[in-house]
Each structure stands twice: as C-alpha cells, then as structure tokens.
Design a protein around this ligand. Structure first.
Ligand SMILES: [Mn+2]
Length: 335
C-alpha cells in the first residue's frame, strides 16, 4: 500500500506538504507528524496551507511550522523548487486546497494524496485513500510505521489530536479497533489525552458559550423530529462579539436530540454566502447533498458553501433532507 510513496520519498529531497482550506487538527496533525519524520530523514520540508493555524490549535504547532501561503517571492520560489507535493486529509481537486492549491496545480513536482475522504483523486499522480480510516492521521501513522519512523512525543501528540477530533472523541462510525490500537501506540509515544482534551474542548470563552446557548435555544425540528436545523446570521454572532472563524463546533449540536437523524446548520459567512454543515446519525448519507452544493465530505459529516440568503438556503435544505429521509425510509439503521 505504501511502497510507491516510500520510494518517491526516498528518492527526493524537497517536499511541500499541504491540506484543505481552514485546516483542522487532522490536517495539521498529519502534516506536522509527516514533516517531522521527513526532516529527521534530512529532507527539506515546507508545510504550506492557504489558511493560518487557528489560535486554538497552536498547541500542536508550537514552533510555527505550518505556514500560511503568501504570494511573495520567497513562498513562490519555495513552491517552485518542490520535487514532491504531498496533500493530506483532502481530495476532490486543487480547489479544496485553496489559493496554494491553485499554485501547486501548475507545479511539475510529483503529486501525492493521502486521505480518507471519498472524493476523486485524479488531480494527483499517486494516491493512498482509505475511506475506512477514521482520520488521515491514522493513515500517516501507518505510513510512518512502515517507514520505521521514531515517534517523538510531539508527533504522537499531533496524530492523537487529529484522530480524537476527527472521530468526535472516539464516537463517530469510523472509529474502529485499529483507531484504538493506533491511539494506544500514540499514548506509549507520549500523547497526553487530558492535556489534548482540555486544549480542544475546554477553551471556550464565556461569550462563545453564551452564543452556543443562543444556538441551542434556536434549534427547530422537522420531519417528525428526524431533522434538527438552526442557523446564525452575521448580526447575531457579531452582537455576541464572535468572529466567523470561532463558530466551529456547533454543527453536531442537533444530533444530541433523541430521534434526530440529520442536523442542518447554516452560517451567514458573508452577505449572500452561506456556510452549510450537515451531520447524520449514520443511518443516511448526506455527502451527496453537500456535493450538490459544491462541497463534499463524509457520509455522516459533510459541508458546503452556497450562494444565497441564510433563511432561504436552510428552508431549501430542510425540504431536500426531508425528501432524502422519505427515500431512505426502508433502509435499516446500521451503525
Ligand atoms: Mn480528516
């Protein structure tokens, strides 16, 4: 499974590692662990993303190794020099990578994709995709094991964080015996679960927690309680003194309601642009719906960005999901 990628790594010196726009902990953890090992092998490695590391994730990148792409001569030259480009935790095309993807798509370097999303990989030369993996970090872990890497506590911490967050704290459907075997190994290499848990789940500001309260009290249901839906407009979150970038973590709230199969969460990203997040209990797939809106993701967690007014987009989505649920009524609910 890894032989081709390992040969390419062994035979080249200059690497660029990248991932999707708005990098999450799986994207960053995968990038950082892989980069650390490649550097230990003596390779030159640049982690270059379109967006910066969000402040709440700085703890896994204390040395500021994941760079935000700027169209300056230094960055452009470094990207031009790359012999190998490795995309982690993203597939579907260069547009998922954002501005830096646009630049990398023109590169003559060998392009590799390591991912767990069920999207096309025809934009790269070599791909290892395993949609059964709960996180890209699981795949990076097995690549590193295959390469005989020495896991530093920092690498273990980064990969553990990626797996913990992408599995929603070890509960999403892809959480497997392998997931736990890998995290057990990461614990022996120095990952600290309590520290990581606190960094991820207990850093809310009081204002953000109050906004969450507002979101919770605005939840509506449809389709006999099988759909939960709610939205946030700019006026509301600005009144709460919250930035758009701090609104992560609200997408799954509707799933806490008994009987809810699908949660629809929409945020007014800018006037006439709506960020859509979809979650399900695993009994129905919603990534196709996200693709319809130009997005993508997993069967039980997907997203997109649509043009339009937030109120209108959410009404349309409730209709579409209601239709989807009538269509899949006969399907049995499997985990
Ligand atoms: Mn992921």
């Amino acid at each position: 499974m890894w032989q081709k990628i390992i040969s390419i790594i062994n035979e080249h010196e200059k690497f660029v590692i990248t991932s999707h726009i708005n990098p999450d902990c799986d994207a960053l953890g995968s990038e950082l662990a892989l980069a650390t090992h490649l550097r230990a092998m003596g390779k030159s490695v640049l982690i270059m993303n379109s967006d910066p590391v969000p402040p709440n994730y700085w703890f896994i990148d204390r040395k500021n190794k994941a760079k935000r792409f700027h169209k300056n001569s230094k960055h452009l030259r470094k990207l031009d020099e790359a012999e190998v480009i490795i995309v982690v935790d993203a597939s579907g095309g260069w547009e998922r990578i954002g501005r830096v993807g646009q630049k990398l798509s023109e590169s003559k370097a060998i392009k590799i994709c390591i991912d767990h999303h069920p999207d096309p990989v025809d934009f790269v030369d070599v791909a290892v995709v395993d949609t059964d993996a709960a996180a890209a970090a699981e795949l990076i872990y097995s690549l590193l094991v295959e390469m005989g890497a020495t896991f530093t506590p920092h690498m273990a911490q980064a990969l553990y964080t990626g797996i913990m967050t992408d599995t929603g704290g070890f509960r999403f459907p892809k959480t497997s015996p392998r997931t736990h075997q890998i995290t057990a190994e990461l614990l022996t290499h120095g990952a600290d679960p309590l520290f990581i848990y606190k960094q991820i789940y207990e850093q809310s500001s009081a204002v953000r927690l109050r906004l969450k309260g507002h979101v919770l009290s605005s939840i509506e249901t449809a389709a006999d309680g099988q759909i939960a839906y709610y939205s946030l407009d700019q006026k509301t979150f600005k009144e709460h003194n919250i930035e758009f970038g701090q609104l992560n973590g609200f997408a799954g709230l509707g799933q806490e309601i008994k009987g809810v199969r699908v949660t629809i969460y929409c945020v007014e990203a800018s006037p006439n642009r709506v960020k859509i997040s979809l979650r399900t209990d695993g009994s129905v797939s919603i990534n196709q719906l996200a693709i319809e809106y130009g997005g993508g993701g997993h069967p039980s967690a997907a997203g997109a960005s649509a043009e339009g007014q937030v109120d209108e987009v959410i009404v349309e989505l409730v209709k579409k999901v209601t239709y989807l649920l009538t269509e899949t009524k006969t399907e049995t609910t499997s985990p």
